[in-house]
Design a protein around this ligand. Structure first.
Ligand code: HEC
Ligand code: HEC
Ligand code: HEC
Ligand code: HEC
Length: 550
């Protein structure tokens, strides 16, 4: 037996008692209610803070010397003096409010990002402004709307000023993002605002949301920010000709005007958030050298942290899923080298989970429960492609006692309890303390219960709905691998002829080859099970195999 499986078997027996006896108090927060008020549409473009006549803008000259900083688990921002302002640069979070949680080694999450902000502001005493290039969520379901709202609450707490508009924001729909418009100037001054120079909602150029640009003033520094949606992504929002109430204008039509307006406000620094492809970012960098910094989407998942110099402009990538955060220090007095940039990996060794964000995550889970998201019609796929329905492992076990006993002793059998109570592996015991229950979250349920499409995160008609209704489908059961078994069971229990019996058995027959090729990786994907590689398949299979038909 391998090392992993030894640990697996030792700890399981121990954990199970804890699992079944523990009840959990769920924190219900009224603060949720607050997040839904304030917002209505119809406002005019605004700037973050009142404009004061300024000293002439600093002639910033970014040095093209590239600073390559390590992104491994070692000291970060080493040797940095306090900058006039530090920009926290993020984007393309694609819905990952937290690292996916299945593997303890995953980086990212708003709670660690908040810890970095705490370190920068409280420990180092820096002034920090956050800018995000957009791509906040992944899909356009109700859950993504809730996420979007929670994320903007988080952004506000973390001093973000502007969030660019990407494909994902636009897919939430003009109506939805329109209702997020903030017209009250005091509210807006505190908020993270959606910004885009070339997106027009409802064919109404003076609708005013997203803001076409923003001027941010902090600790005597003025930063002009705007954002562009790359026309190359137009088709990803909606196929041509579909009326979405969203107009994507050519950047070249709008940027010169926005740049002029911003320059009249005498910023010390101009930043462009570019939500397009690489080529678009490069072209914008060449055409509009007024921007010293371009934060670009569309790069690699895990970029190397090197600024790409284009003339005097730095084009920066920060990667996807919120695993890494870019920190840009601005040193206007240093004419030769006004910027430093480092991409910081939010790993668990250097960053703790900030309690304020954990509270927000609890509220988020609470809202998923309150709205009954997992049981909603939006997530229903009526029929499994096989046409069969799910009957539950107990039923299979009534004939296949060997397989059932084997299965009962695997992580698969307790996968639902894990969502309620946290990991059962002893080496992750500390995560069970103050664990945020996730059993109402479709994005966790899809692999931890039976009868869902793991990757689409949708529920089959006879799949798990909620604990009270679906007690027979808790955990990762037989039928997630074998397919729903209603026909096979009916035939075995009835008085079917041999051909019918064989047909039923064929429908649930699986092979190790299939398992290796496609079955397991539906759930054991690189995010949720990074150790599950083709080379290590046997190691995993050994732990869940269950020979014997009786
Ligand atoms: C009423 C009894 C009964 C129930 C309930 C039952 N099976 Fe079976 N199953 C059988 C019998 C009998 C066979 C044939 C055994 C043999 O060939 O020796 C079989 C065969 C199988 C096979 C092997 C198919 C093959 O030919 O390679 C699989 C896999 C299987 N069942 C899975 C399941 C699953 C999954 C469930 C629950 C959804 C289930 N069974 C429920 C009786 C049952
Ligand atoms: C429907 C989703 C799904 C499928 C399909 C699936 N698994 Fe899993 N697997 C899980 C989940 C979820 C867990 C974690 C359960 C827990 O601990 O809460 C898990 C855990 C495991 C574990 C335990 C790991 C440990 O560290 O203890 C092994 C081993 C495993 N799976 C092997 C497999 C193999 C082999 C296959 C394919 C034959 C497979 N799984 C198919 C969802 C799935
Ligand atoms: C796409 C499938 C999938 C989704 C979605 C998923 N998980 Fe998992 N989860 C797994 C697999 C597979 C494992 C086993 C990983 C391994 O051991 O390699 C696992 C393991 C875990 C474990 C570790 C249990 C232990 O003791 O080791 C925890 C905790 C967990 N998941 C929580 C969650 C939470 C919380 C969510 C939602 C935010 C979630 N999972 C969503 C597939 C998934
Ligand atoms: C993680 C995926 C997975 C789960 C969960 C799972 N099985 Fe299987 N099962 C397989 C695969 C793959 C095979 C084929 C194994 C082989 O050919 O050696 C198999 C084989 C079988 C067989 C045939 C065994 C034999 O000796 O020919 C039966 C019966 C069976 N499973 C029943 C069940 C029952 C009952 C459950 C739930 C209690 C279950 N399985 C859970 C993947 C799974």
């Amino acid at each position: 037996m391998t090392h992993i499986s030894a640990r697996h078997f030792n700890q399981r027996g121990h954990g199970r008692g804890v699992r079944t006896t523990r009840t959990r108090q769920i924190v219900r927060s009224l603060a949720l209610m607050a997040s839904f008020s304030l917002l209505f549409s119809g406002c005019k473009p605004t700037v973050a803070t009142p404009i004061t006549p300024a000293a002439s803008s600093t002639a910033t000259e970014p040095d093209t010397r590239v600073e390559v900083k390590s992104i491994a688990k070692e000291p970060y921002l080493e040797g940095w003096e306090k900058p006039a302002i530090a920009l926290l640069l993020t984007g393309e979070q694609h819905g990952y409010l937290e690292p996916c949680g299945c593997s303890e080694t995953q980086s990212g999450g708003m709670a660690r990002r908040a810890d970095l902000v705490r370190i920068l502001t409280k420990e180092k005493g820096w002034d920090v402004v956050g800018l995000d290039v957009g791509g906040t969520v992944k899909r356009s379901r109700r859950q993504d709307q809730i996420k979007f709202e929670k994320l903007f609450e988080a952004f506000q707490q973390l001093n973000y000023a502007a969030v660019g508009v990407g494909v994902e924001e636009l897919r939430l729909g003009a109506d939805f993002i329109g209702t997020k418009a903030i017209s009250d100037p005091d509210e807006l001054a505190k908020a993270a605002a959606l910004v885009s120079a070339n997106i027009v909602l409802f064919d109404t150029p003076d609708f005013g949301w997203p803001l076409p640009y923003r001027l941010i003033e902090k600790s005597g520094i003025k930063i002009g920010v705007t954002s562009v949606f790359g026309p190359s992504l137009r088709e990803k929002v909606a196929p041509a000709g579909v009326n979405t109430n969203i107009t994507i204008r050519e950047p070249d039509e709008v940027l010169p005007g926005v740049i002029k307006t911003l320059e009249n406000l005498k910023p010390d620094l101009m930043v462009l958030l570019c939500h397009g492809n690489d080529a678009e970012a490069m072209k914008l960098a060449k055409t509009y050298p007024q921007f010293q910094i371009i934060l670009a989407a569309g790069g690699y998942d895990e970029p190397d942290g090197k600024p790409i110099p284009v003339g005097k402009t730095w084009v920066l990538n920060v990667g996807h899923k919120g695993k890494r955060v870019g920190v840009l220090g601005f040193y206007p007095k240093n004419k030769a080298q006004p910027f430093r940039f480092e991409l910081i990996q939010l790993d668990k060794d250097r960053f703790k989970n900030h309690p304020a964000m954990r509270e927000l995550m609890k509220q988020y889970q609470q809202q998923l429960e309150d709205e009954g998201i997992a049981a909603s019609d939006e997530l229903l796929i009526n029929k499994h492609p096989s046409g069969q329905t799910f009957v539950g492992a107990e039923k299979c076990g009534s004939c296949h006692s060997k397989a059932f006993t084997q299965w009962k002793d695997t992580g698969h059998a307790v996968a639902f309890t894990t969502l309620k109570e946290g990991p059962w592996h002893a080496n992750r015991a500390e995560e069970k303390i103050d664990w945020i229950p996730r059993q109402f979250d479709p994005e966790c349920l899809s692999c931890h219960v039976t009868g869902w499409h793991p990757q689409e995160m949708l529920r089959y008609g006879s799949g798990y709905v909620k604990e009270s209704e679906s007690a027979h489908l808790l955990g990762q059961q037989c039928e997630n691998c074998h397919g729903p078994g209603s026909l096979h069971v009916a035939r075995e229990e009835g008085n079917a002829g041999m051909d019918e019996l064989l047909e039923g058995r064929r429908m649930v027959r699986r092979t190790v080859e299939e398992a290796k090729k496609s079955m397991c990786v539906e759930c054991h994907d690189p995010d949720n099970s990074p150790k599950f590689t083709p080379e290590r398949f046997n190691e995993f299979w050994e732990q869940v195999k269950h020979p014997g038909k009786d």
